[in-house]
Write a protein that binds this ligand. Structure first.
Ligand SMILES: [Zn+2]
Length: 272
């Protein structure tokens, strides 16, 4: 196995994680993420390049801003590390599918479609991490994120499709089933159980996963949501009436299905 390429992918993931943190903060304060230098969110002091190295700076600075000494949110190193781990895992999983012995050789064995699928899974995961963190922190799913992600998902999946007309039908069907499912809950509860952002996220999940994977994603999301919810209620950190960051669970379900959906379907069919 070639560890060099492994490290390159990991560092690439750290950098994307750092970009996601920056994006989330700037979406929150409503500032363009294309312009302006990085700064401390607390004292607004501009950051030097060495204050801004993913993961490393956080530990070198002992988790505090160099200028105002106030604590840097754990979100920063956590998102960087998780992004790097997920990006590396996606890389290993996709490159493994191409067959071969050495990691660096396998990359050359990959067809264009296989490399495109690797890129697609990275891009989908990028959007899912933003939705996961933003909903967890601010209890909101931004249309500014889900709508562009829907376009990107359709373009990737239609490019990868064997038959485009068949594929667009099933992608739209999957999106409508999940989006419609949330829309009904939204209307019945008058927006109490579920937010408007969840409806968009339902469509996005369908466009990313297609049919029948969307059903697996919903199922996994509800299981994860219930387990975490019961855990939080039992540990008295939340009550049954607490607000739930549902988008966080939906993005977990979508990611799991994106990675292992076919495997889950196969296992399920074997049980029948
Ligand atoms: Zn500061």
């Amino acid at each position: 196995m070639n560890y060099f390429i492994f490290c390159v992918v990991f560092i690439f993931g750290l950098t994307i994680g750092s970009f996601i943190n920056c994006l989330i903060y700037r979406l929150y304060i409503g500032k363009s993420f294309l312009r302006g230098r990085s700064f401390c969110p607390k004292c607004k002091h501009g950051l030097a390049w060495h204050d801004n190295i993913p993961l490393l700076s956080f530990f070198m600075l002992n988790g505090r801003c160099r200028y105002c000494r106030r604590a840097i949110s754990m979100q920063y190193p956590a998102v960087e590390l998780i992004t790097a781990i997920l990006f590396t895992a996606i890389f290993v999983l996709e490159v493994e599918r191409c067959g071969g012995i050495a990691m660096d050789l396998m990359l050359f064995n990959c067809s264009f479609a296989q490399l495109l699928k690797l890129l697609r899974n990275w891009v989908f995961t990028f959007f899912l991490i933003i939705i996961f963190v933003y909903d967890l922190r601010y209890y909101l799913i931004l249309d500014k994120v889900t709508v562009p992600a829907m376009m990107v998902a359709l373009v990737f999946n239609l490019t990868l499709a064997d038959d485009m007309t068949v594929s667009i039908f099933w992608l739209l069907a999957a999106g409508s089933v999940a989006g419609g499912f949330f829309l009904i809950q939204f209307l019945v509860s008058k927006g109490k159980w579920i937010g408007g952002g969840d409806i968009y996220l339902g469509f996005l999940m369908g466009f990313m996963l297609g049919w029948p994977q969307i059903l697996i994603a919903l199922f996994v999301s509800y299981i994860v949501g219930s387990v975490v919810g019961i855990g939080l209620i039992l540990s008295k950190r939340k009550t049954i009436k607490s607000e739930v960051p549902f988008g966080t669970f939906l993005s977990v379900g979508t990611f799991v299905t994106l990675m292992r959906g076919d495997w889950i379907i196969e296992k399920y069919l074997n049980l029948l």
